[in-house]
Design a protein around this ligand. Structure first.
Ligand code: GDP
Ligand code: MG
Length: 163
C-alpha cells in the first residue's frame, strides 16, 4: 500500500485544483466509507519518484447540507484516520479563519506530519504578506499557487521528506 497524503481544508481554498495538478488528472476513484465520509476522491500520484495515494477530502463540499464547521471537521477526521502526511491547504488571499485555527490546533496535537500550504499566492512578490497570518500555528509552511503551478517542487520535497 502506498503512503496516503490527504489534502484537508475548508471549501474553496483550492484542494481539488491541487489534487488535479498532483495527480495530473488521473482522478476519480470514489470511495464510500460508511461512518467516515462520503465521496472522497483518491488517485495515485508520484512525488519525487515515490508513489502515494492522494486523497481530496473535499469531495462533498457542494453536496453536504451540514454546516461549514461540521464539514470541515468531518473531512479532517476522515483524512486523519488513514493519512500518513496531511496537507493543510489554506487560502492566502482570504487569510485565516477561526475554524482553521481550530483545525490547525487539532492537527498539531495529533502528531501526524502536517504541511501548511498557503495557496493562491500567485505572484512571488507577495509571499511574505500572504503567508504572515499562518505562521502563528507553528507548523511547517510554504506558499503555492495550485492554479499556476508555483511552489510545486518545494511542496513535493516537503511531502517526500515526511513519507
Ligand atoms: P476546493 O473547494 O478546496 O476544492 O477548491 P477548488 O479547487 O474548487 O478551487 C476553488 C477556487 O479557487 C476555484 O475558482 C479555483 O480556480 C481557485 N483557485 C485554486 N487555486 C488557485 C490559485 O492558486 N490561485 C488563484 N488565484 N485561484 C485558485
Ligand atoms: Mg473541491
Amino acid at each position: 500500500m502506498p503512503p496516503i497524503v490527504a489534502i484537508v481544508g475548508r471549501p474553496n481554498v483550492g484542494k481539488s485544483t491541487l489534487f488535479n495538478r498532483l495527480t495530473r488528472g488521473r482522478r476519480a476513484i470514489t470511495h464510500d466509507l460508511p461512518g467516515v465520509t462520503r465521496d472522497r476522491l483518491e488517485a495515485p500520484a508520484e512525488i519525487e519518484g515515490r508513489f502515494v495515494t492522494l486523497v481530496d477530502t473535499g469531495g462533498m463540499d457542494y453536496e453536504a447540507e451540514e454546516s461549514l464547521a461540521r464539514q470541515i471537521v468531518e473531512q479532517a477526521e476522515a483524512a486523519l484516520v488513514t493519512a500518513d502526511v496531511v496537507l493543510f491547504l489554506v487560502d492566502g488571499k482570504a487569510g485565516r479563519t477561526a475554524l482553521e485555527d481550530d483545525l490547525a490546533e487539532r492537527l498539531r496535537r495529533l502528531g501526524k506530519p502536517v504541511i501548511v500550504a498557503v495557496n493562491k499566492v500567485d505572484g512571488l512578490e507577495r509571499v511574505a504578506a500572504m503567508t504572515a497570518d499562518f505562521h502563528a500555528w507553528g507548523l511547517p509552511l510554504l506558499a503555492i499557487s495550485a492554479a499556476h503551478g508555483q511552489g510545486m517542487a518545494e511542496l513535493a520535497e516537503a511531502i517526500a521528506e515526511r513519507l
